[in-house]
Ligand binder design. Structure first.
Ligand code: PGA
Length: 242
């Protein structure tokens, strides 16, 4: 794993946007894995600004998001469909055919998980997967204890994750209890991974990821065995890392 140290969130966002945009501009065909959460918002904003200045083409790009809540509509402001539309897609020349996000309203959720995997395979896998990390070390919604070879699956969200995400909802009771997420095996199949870590609340998870042996209680620690991972972290996240 390569560790890139950023002074602050703004620089982290710039480094991440430059990293992604270099692939977008160089590749003839690119399958991008995308993430939601607060961490990539600055990166997405800079990708939008690049488009506004440079008219970068996205016609060769396909995207797959990591996860989506079960049971909320794509038009619900708390859905990850809505987040991606507002924070990135509506500002780029990218069509709905190029975008993939798990359907948390599917009648047959198991079938939706299988279909999601087969769609990724049909695109010959993910070239670059963008990740955030939870304070408990989750990636996507792969909570502590998730098996390392898991594929896209339905998860019961932990209380810690629900409480952490409750800030976006009116009340904790409105936070969904389940989600669909790419599995750790799905994420590990990506050819390259870019993990963004920002803020003191992530510093313990980042320290454990860098300093400890891989352990299922810290799902992100599986990344240690991936051949091509770049971590961009800001100083707050790096507070325990020497
Ligand atoms: P955050 O979430 O970017 O909002 O901190 C990351 C995550 O929980 O995976």
């Amino acid at each position: 794993m390569r560790l890139v140290s950023a002074n602050d969130y703004q620089q982290l966002s710039q480094l991440a946007a430059d990293f992604i945009l270099e692939k977008v501009k160089q590749a003839e065909k690119l399958t991008l894995g995308l993430a939601t959460g607060s961490t990539p918002i600055g990166t997405y904003q800079l990708i939008i600004e690049d488009y506004q200045h440079n008219k970068t083409s996205y016609s060769h790009v396909t995207t797959f998001n990591l996860d989506e809540y079960v049971g909320i509509k794509p038009t619900d402001p708390n859905s990850y469909h809505y987040f991606m539309e507002q924070k990135l897609f509506k500002h780029l020349p990218i069509t709905s055919e190029q975008i993939h996000i798990p359907n948390g309203l599917a009648v047959d959720l198991e079938e939706e998980c299988r279909l999601y995997e087969s769609r990724i395979k049909a695109h010959e896998g993910i070239d670059l997967q963008l990740l955030g990390i939870g304070s408990n070390g989750h990636i996507g919604f792969n909570e502590p204890g998730t098996t390392v070879n898991s594929r896209t699956h339905i998860v019961n969200l932990t209380e810690e994750t629900r409480r952490s995400n409750a800030r976006f909802f009116e009340a904790l009771s409105e936070v969904p209890t389940q989600a669909i997420t790419m599995g750790l095996g799905t994420i590990m199949d990506s050819k390259e991974i870019l993990l963004l870590v920002s803020g003191k609340s992530k510093s313990k998870a980042l320290f454990d990821l860098l300093e400890k042996k891989p352990d299922p209680s810290l799902p992100a620690s599986i990344l240690d065995s991936h051949p091509n991972v770049t971590i961009i972290a800001d100083q707050d996240a790096l507070q325990y890392v020497k």
